[in-house]
Every structure is written in structure tokens, then in C-alpha cells.
Ligand binder design. Structure first.
Ligand code: SAH
Length: 220
């Protein structure tokens, strides 16, 4: 294993991690498998070394380019909501960012496709997956608002940046019975939504209020 996996080991001890898992439980996360995967996935390697000591706080942190690594509670909640539909083979993630959510998903489904519009973030995420030997992740550098039609349909889609409404192109890339978890809204007010694809269209459930960076067009 490379030395960066071990960096900051004092501040990122098993006890610190355990405290985070207990907090997620207290806040209502019930899926034991999700909690177990989060316990075993080091979050500190997904942030800059200078922030490693804060990696096991239940908070979003900056990852550069004006973007953030999602709060652990939100990662747990979205993953739990996605998996309620049943076991999944292929999942599309829009917004790789640090790659933390991607890494969690990769241990719960057969294959994860993840798209990111900012190449520098994608490259960092790729290095982290190599370090952690996660081999079932396929990364694409592109504007993910249109999804990844060449690999569709997916059992699940998870969007980690907020569009203003439900993108029809993404719904169309779900298998019937598959579901998508995403935040929708503007910069000041967003709600988490679960969309389930049906034979004739889709059903949506509005869940809790959330704050995400906006889904933007184009690539960098
Ligand atoms: N799951 C990530 C969240 C990162 S923030 C993590 O926990 O680290 C959301 C990410 O979505 C940012 O990296 C941003 O660049 C990316 N993003 C925003 N709009 C996008 C789009 N249209 N296509 C692909 N990625 C997008």
C-alpha cells in the first residue's frame, strides 16, 4: 500500500471513524451494509492532506475548483435510498468530485460509471481508486447532464450536484423499476428526490431539504 493511505493516521484513527458511524446511526441511517462500508472506507484520502484531520467530521469539505466532498450523512442517506430498490448491478453517478461517494457505491454494486465535468478532480479521484484498488469504477470526463447513453440503461443513478428540475434524459437511462436519487432546486433551496422509473413514465418522492453545488453545463 502506498504511504499516503497511512498519512495522518493519528487524527484518522479507528475510534474517530467509529464516532462518525455512531453519529450516522443516531441520525437515522439504518442500512447496516452501508454503515459497514463507510466504516471501512478511509475518507481522509479523498480530501487534501491539510484537511485530513477533519475528514471524519459529519461535514462537507472543500475539494478545490469551488466544489465540495459531500457530507457523510448525505452520502449514507443517498446510498441507502438508492439501494432500497433492491440489489443493483450498474449505477451511474453524475459528479465524481473527490470520488468518495463513488468508492462507497463501488463496494455495494457490481459496476459504477461516474462522470465529472472538471478533469483535474477526475484525475485525483482516479489516483485514489488505484490506491484503494477499486477496479469496478469507470470514469468519464464530460458534462453528465445528458448521462451516459452508450452504457444505459442503469439499475440506479445518483446525482451529486443539483439540477433545477428532474433531467428527462437521465430518467430515460433508468431500467424500468430502477431508481435515481438526486437533489433538485436552485442555489438557496433544494430537496432530495427519489425517482422510480415505471413502464409508462416515473414516480417521484420528495424527501428532505439538502444543499448541493449546482449541476453545471460544459466541461473544464
Ligand atoms: N460525490 C462528490 C460530490 C462532489 S460535488 C463527492 O462527495 O466528492 C459535485 C460534483 O459534481 C463536482 O465535482 C462538480 O464538478 C460535478 N458536476 C457539476 N455539474 C456536473 C455535470 N453537468 N456533469 C458532471 N459533473 C458535474
Amino acid at each position: 500500500m502506498s504511504s499516503s493511505v497511512h498519512r495522518g493516521i493519528g487524527m484518522t484513527s479507528q475510534r474517530t471513524r467509529e464516532r462518525l458511524i455512531q453519529r450516522l446511526r443516531d441520525e437515522g441511517i439504518q442500512n447496516q451494509t452501508v454503515l459497514e462500508v463507510m466504516r471501512n472506507t478511509p475518507r481522509h484520502i479523498f480530501v487534501d492532506e491539510a484537511l485530513a484531520s477533519r475528514a471524519y467530521e459529519d461535514t462537507a469539505l472543500p475539494i478545490g475548483q469551488g466544489q465540495t466532498i459531500s457530507q457523510p450523512f448525505i452520502v449514507a442517506r443517498m446510498t441507502e435510498l438508492l439501494l432500497e430498490a433492491g440489489p443493483m448491478e450498474t449505477v451511474l453517478e453524475v459528479g465524481t468530485g473527490s470520488g468518495y461517494q463513488t468508492a462507497i457505491l463501488s463496494k455495494l454494486v457490481k459496476r459504477v460509471y461516474s462522470v465529472e465535468r472538471i478533469q483535474s478532480l477526475q484525475l485525483l479521484a482516479r489516483k485514489r481508486f488505484q490506491e484503494l484498488q477499486l477496479r469496478n469504477i469507470r470514469l468519464h470526463h464530460r458534462d453528465g447532464g445528458m448521462g451516459l447513453p452508450e452504457y444505459a440503461p442503469f439499475d440506479g443513478i445518483l446525482v451529486t450536484a443539483a439540477p433545477e428540475g428532474i433531467p428527462r434524459s437521465l430518467v430515460d437511462q433508468l431500467k424500468v423499476g430502477g431508481c435515481m436519487v438526486l437533489p433538485i432546486g436552485n442555489r438557496s433551496e433544494q430537496v432530495l428526490v427519489r425517482v422510480t422509473r415505471t413502464k409508462s413514465g416515473y414516480q417521484k418522492e420528495l424527501l428532505e431539504q439538502v444543499i448541493f453545488v449546482p449541476l453545471l453545463g460544459g466541461t473544464l
